[in-house]
Design a protein around this ligand. Structure first.
Ligand code: NAP
Length: 256
């Protein structure tokens, strides 16, 4: 991975930063010069990520914070705490917080549907809304919001009716936000990971992983850092003419 400085002087909020893809995004952003706010439901995990970040800032430091993205109050508290600490809002945001609670359609409990939609879909709405409002209020000159969907939101997946619905919705939020926020110089894009090796997929039975991997044209699961590379591109000026799009990071799974 080539370290660059293309995110220098950017303040980046990453939810779900305590694990997997979110942690890799924090590390990548810090290595590219951003100041990073690592936010997660699991505060200890967020602090662990914080300790792993490169630090060459002379004045300000990265921070870790607890957040529950499914709670409006919690998300608003987080955005306020960033403003208090840095005297500016984040100009980059990656909402990587997400959960699964799998079961077949015919068995899935209503509570499991609500919980997954509450974190993945409503959580994306709350984070995008609060972060965008802070950017607009400060007159940010270039904002970039990256949402994390899933290839499953496009193609569906057995046992994931709640998850696939929530992730399809994340793309809808992203495209609408892109249309509404472009006048404020805020771009909004979505990454669609395929099968990435993280604690989330550690829960998937080995035989399912084997079967899915055999369908991936590039022949393996992805690494969190490979999703972080795309988030970094979308956060930076290298993608300045890109908004409202979804980028698949799947090793070619379900292409076309
Ligand atoms: P992960 O390792 O489980 O990380 C997700 C993080 O989000 C965890 O630290 C989790 O904390 C946190 N979180 C859960 N609920 C939260 C909430 N309400 N508020 C704030 N943080 C919360 O999963 P991952 O694989 O890196 O997934 C990251 C994102 O990529 C998710 O949106 C996921 O849906 C998406 N994705 C992943 C894959 C994949 O193959 N891994 C594929 C497609 C999309 P706890 O550990 O305390 O729950």
């Amino acid at each position: 991975m080539a370290a660059t400085t293309r995110l220098i002087s950017r303040l980046a909020l990453v939810t779900g930063g305590g694990s997997g893809i979110g942690r890799a995004v924090c590390q990548r952003f810090a290595s590219e010069g951003a100041l990073v706010v690592v936010a997660d439901l699991n505060e200890e995990a967020a602090n662990e990520t914080l300790r792993s970040l490169s630090r060459d800032h002379k004045v300000q430091e990265h921070m870790a914070a607890a957040v529950d993205v499914s709670s409006k109050q919690s998300v608003e508290d987080l955005v306020e705490s960033i403003q208090r600490r840095y005297f500016q809002p984040a100009s980059v945001c990656v909402n990587a917080a997400g959960i699964t609670q799998d079961d077949f359609l015919l068995r899935l409990e209503e509570a499991a549907f609500d919980r997954v939609v509450g974190v993945n879909l409503k959580g994306t709405f709350l984070v995008v809304q609060a972060v965008a409002a802070a950017m607009v209020a400060s007159g940010v000159s270039k904002g970039s919001i990256v949402t994390v969907g899933s290839i499953v939101g496009k193609v569906g997946n057995i046992g994931q009716v709640n998850y696939s619905a929530s992730k399809a919705g994340v793309e809808g939020i992203t495209r609408t936000a892109a249309k509404e926020l472009s006048r404020y110089r805020i771009r909004c894009n979505c990454v669609l990971p395929g099968f990435i090796s993280t604690p989330m997929t550690d829960k998937v039975p080995e035989r399912v992983i084997h079967k899915m991997t055999s369908l991936v044209p590039l022949g393996r699961m992805g690494e969190p850092a490979e999703v972080a590379d795309v988030c970094s591109f979308l956060a930076s000026d290298d993608s300045r003419y890109i908004t409202g799009t979804s980028i698949e990071v799947t090793g070619g799974l379900f292409m076309g």
